[in-house]
Ligand binder design. Sequence first.
Ligand SMILES: Nc1ncnc2c1ncn2[C@@H]1O[C@H](COP(=O)(O)OP(=O)(O)O)[C@@H](O)[C@H]1O
Ligand SMILES: [Mg+2]
Length: 315
Amino acid sequence: MSKLYVVHENPAWIGAFADAFEARGLTWQQWLIEDGALDLSAIPPEGVFYSRMSASAHTRDHRYAPELTLALLLWLERHGRRVVNGSTALDLEISKARQYSRLESAGIRVPRTIVVANKHEIVRAADEAFGDAPVILKPNRGGKGLGVRLFHTGAALADHLDSADYEEPVDGIHLLQEYIVAEERFITRAEFVGGRFLYAVRVDTSDGFELCPAEACQVGDAFCPAGSNSRPKFEIVSDIDHGLKASYERFLSDNGIEIAGIEFMAGDDGRVLTYDINTNTNYNPAAEARAGRSGALAVADYLGSLLRTPHPHAA
Ligand SMILES: Nc1ncnc2c1ncn2[C@@H]1O[C@H](COP(=O)(O)OP(=O)(O)O)[C@@H](O)[C@H]1O
Ligand SMILES: [Mg+2]
């Protein structure tokens, strides 16, 4: 069996995967991307490489980790190494604007979105596109719901842009997005491993927009606070609409993505809109325990099968 390398920058998210890799007896090691330099003229080690590079790396002081990882993945791919969630996956991970174009090419509906580089254009662009309707402002390179905000008026949006709370998106690109009025107060995140549907998790949105499922992101337990309801915040559902599932599997295959969580919402007008693709997906341990499922073990099984399959070198 060959060796697995996990390319990432956040040790807080590796624990569940480490346990699963050990449980399945995989030979593996971390490739922490902030470690040292990359010699592009060197020959990469043999093995299978799984990228878990995250769009929110900059929030952990790893501002350029995605850029460095892109160079690393292209180097591995050039040498014909088996890369899971390679350069095309990372390209989508770090840009929602590119996600939306690719989703639309695959016939998957996304919320109406305006891409704005210049902060001073935001209010005018929002007014032109959405008029008096509420609008969501979010960074193009996001993660964990950080910086996702809802505004009911142009004046409130303008105030925010002038306030100390405003943060320039890390890649300079803002997204203005139609506010999806949810049919019910939850979003669904469909998980895929090996390009195939694993399960979906319903996430209660009563608490706001920061919906990272990883244990390391949770404050307290994963239940809604008293007053909202007694249902858990994360709840696994075993299936989603079959047409949507088939579209997602085709989309992932066409875009070189093997492991991902795809988020969608049903609006009160009946539209189902897909708005976020997470290629460094984390699984919620409390929801998994209740449902008797394990995303990390599914990942370990999938990667284990790749480690046992000889990979013909392209180079
Ligand atoms: N257009 C929208 N309309 C309504 N709610 C939204 C919209 N976009 C995002 N949200 C809410 O904010 C959360 C975080 O937004 P998302 O686009 O997934 O950013 P991130 O990449 O940071 O997770 C979503 O899961 C959803 O609950
Ligand atoms: Mg999200």
